[in-house]
Ligand binder design. Sequence first.
Ligand code: UDP
Length: 131
Amino acid sequence: MEQTFVMVKPDGVRKQLIGDIVSRFERRGYTLRDAKVMTIPRDLAEEHYGEHRDKPFFGDLVQFITSGQVFAMVWEGENVVENARTMMGPTNPKEAAPGSIRGDYATDVGENIIHGSDSPESAEREIALFF
Ligand code: UDP
């Protein structure tokens, strides 16, 4: 069965959104297979976001994702990688429709509440990195 890696980012944890986000995935019918609260070490943050190493926002991104606790999760179910991305909404919350997680809770591309793997291959890589 397909699995994906989802993470409530430090802004989502600070806004007390863990319960809401877990609930959305449960109500959708997905199964939580693993989860933990953690503070991401700098080297793990740089590895996780390695594809963005040369982007201008990389420094701010690593600074932000290590700025507080996150809630890392493994969710399982049919088409969960793609459906989690739909539930999250687009990377830039300005484009996110109400009803999506980013559309309901975020306004800033740099602080957009949640991460979800963008492909089954990314999911496998990210689950191995975090669990
Ligand atoms: N990001 C940013 N500025 C940008 C693009 C991305 O700060 O112009 C951040 C944003 O937090 C995003 C993360 O970098 O969630 C990873 O970017 P990606 O394109 O992988 O988006 P995602 O898969 O998270 O939607």
